[in-house]
Design a protein around this ligand. Structure first.
Ligand SMILES: [Zn+2]
Length: 512
């Protein structure tokens, strides 16, 4: 536990160096021109950077619109340039530019800041909906049962088919049943109150940000630290370190801002699947009206769990009754032969294939393989996340990926020795290298696979002009074509439609 917290502490230090997640250490003016030294002895956050999806790219793109970052980008690009004069100029202007960059980027863009925080508010709402649906399910189930019994007892008693004593007995059982419903509803109500408390705390946390207008605000540092702690807790929960996450949330007082209980339950079921037990996941699938919700989502989780049950029955055929596997298949698999024809076909074939002979046939070898448990655990995690509208990857990954992407320059991973993380003896270079977080020992490896957010090479024609018909062409091409068509000097011709327009009607196009 201590080791894990130590790692997260160290990791958080490195992450804070990324401007995206919060301002660098502002312990004084000196730290602005000499950002905190990144210890090479620190932990090496490892992990493969998967190719980011459109979500990350959009975040990166939006973030790049801030002026401060573009100033930093110029600076980071410059530190890889070979020209010595430029390096000297860079060295002289260094503090000035950084201060300028800080000034430009200090304005707080609330909307961009909260891009990652959608699940923070959404999860309690989803859980409230789920809670309400489950409560309604219980009321309807027991309500209709009691109504049926009452109707039957009343009819029987009027017709004299039932003794007075039996009527009393039935009434007692109905009361007991309704007491059960009341007990269940109390639990649902407590859960609802808990979720409301969560939602309230989260709204308050996000509203605090709207009271700040600059990252230089003293309160902002505390706020961004809380957000980082939230991201770290989310990461720990998703990686299965529930106890560490719990401790971290407790220590930082952010229990209402994180979803320990939800992930704890998810991790418990996931672990059961990894240990070869299906019951817990099946119970989750069929509890309340989750089954209905899963069907709406076209989820194959329940089918795959039943399929695995069948495989286990066939595998242990010495222990199970001969008809058991077949009965299971008839009940749970055959009704889905239209939806999952391949799986049902393989299930039939599996009966004739003993585990010891399956090695020869790939399909059956895979069905008997222990790797299926991992597949089921992953499928469960994925289904659980989509049922609760949770992002499938930790928010920390999204934040890190977009932060790394925004700061990465093409030279950061070049083979040029000066761009390596090793400290250089040239003062200007070592200063620049120590500033570039991507060139630091800790983050260099992590940033290896993220794309560059800056594309210096344009694929669009320069000087785009918009014609009144909505088409856009490069100025040079329009002029050339007008010349070829022997048009007067103040006229241009659409390259495709041949329409002729006056130059005054053209508008310049800016791509942002
Ligand atoms: Zn660099």
């Amino acid at each position: 536990m201590n080791g894990r917290v130590a790692i997260t502490g160290s990791l958080s230090k490195h992450i804070r160096q990324l401007y995206w997640l919060g301002p660098p250490d502002r312990s004084g003016v000196a730290s602005k021109s000499h950002p905190p030294h990144m210890s090479s002895k620190g932990c090496h956050p490892t992990g493969s950077c998967t190719k980011p999806g459109p979500e990350i790219q959009s975040i990166t793109r939006r973030h790049l619109t801030s002026g401060g970052l573009s100033t930093r980008r110029k600076l980071f690009e410059a530190h890889h340039i070979q020209d010595e004069r430029l390096q000297q100029r860079l060295s002289c202007k260094f503090t000035e530019i950084l201060t300028m960059g800080d000034h430009e980027s200090s304005k707080l863009d609330h909307e961009n800041h909260l891009l990652l925080d959608q699940p923070l508010l959404q999860l309690p709402v989803e859980l409230l909906r789920k809670n309400l649906r489950s409560a309604r399910f219980e009321v309807e189930k027991d309500g209709s049962f009691v109504k049926e019994i009452l109707k039957k007892t009343a009819t029987d008693s009027v017709n004299g088919r039932i003794s007075q004593q039996d009527v009393l007995k039935t009434l007692d059982s109905m009361i007991a049943r309704m007491r059960g419903v009341k007990r269940k509803l109390t639990t649902f109500s407590e859960e609802e109150n808990r979720l409301h408390r969560h939602e309230e705390a989260r709204v308050k946390h996000l509203t605090e940000l709207y009271g700040m207008y600059s990252v230089d605000d003293v309160k902002y540092e505390g706020w961004s630290r809380t957000r980082l702690d939230r991201l770290l807790t989310d990461y720990l929960l998703r990686q299965g370190y529930v106890k560490s996450a719990h401790e971290l949330a407790k220590e930082r007082g952010i229990e209402l801002l994180v979803d320990v209980d939800t992930f704890e339950q998810m991790n418990r079921i996931r672990q059961c699947l990894l240990n070869g037990s299906i019951q817990e996941a099946l119970a989750w699938c069929t509890a309340g009206d989750t089954k209905k919700e899963l069907r709406k989502m076209d989820s194959n989780l329940e089918f795959m769990l039943r399929y695995q049950q069948y495989i286990e029955l066939v595998r242990d055929r010495a222990q199970t009754k001969p008809d058991e596997a077949l009965a299971h298949a008839r009940k749970y698999l055959f009704p889905y032969k239209e939806t999952y024809p391949k799986e049902v076909l393989h299930a039939c074939g599996l009966l004739s294939m003993l585990p010891e002979h399956a090695a020869r046939v790939e399909v059956y070898r895979e069905l008997y393989a222990p790797a299926r448990w991992q597949m089921l655990a992953d499928l469960f995690t994925k289904t659980h996340a989509s049922l609760l509208s949770l992002p499938s990857i930790p928010l920390l990954h999204i934040a890190l990926s977009s932060g790394l992407s925004a700061l990465k320059t093409p030279a950061c991973h070049s083979i040029h020795p000066n761009s390596a993380a090793a400290p250089s003896h040239h003062t200007s270079l070592s200063l620049a290298t120590s500033v570039c977080p991507i060139c630091s020992t800790e983050l260099n490896e992590l940033a290896h696979n993220v794309p560059h957010a800056l594309h210096s090479k344009s694929h669009v024609e320069p000087d785009l002009l918009l014609l009144p018909n909505g088409r856009a062409y490069g100025k040079a091409r329009l002029e050339e074509y007008a010349k070829k068509a022997a048009l007067p000097e103040n006229q241009v011709k659409d390259l495709r439609t041949g329409e002729v327009y006056s130059v005054d009607l053209l508008k310049k196009v800016y791509i942002s």
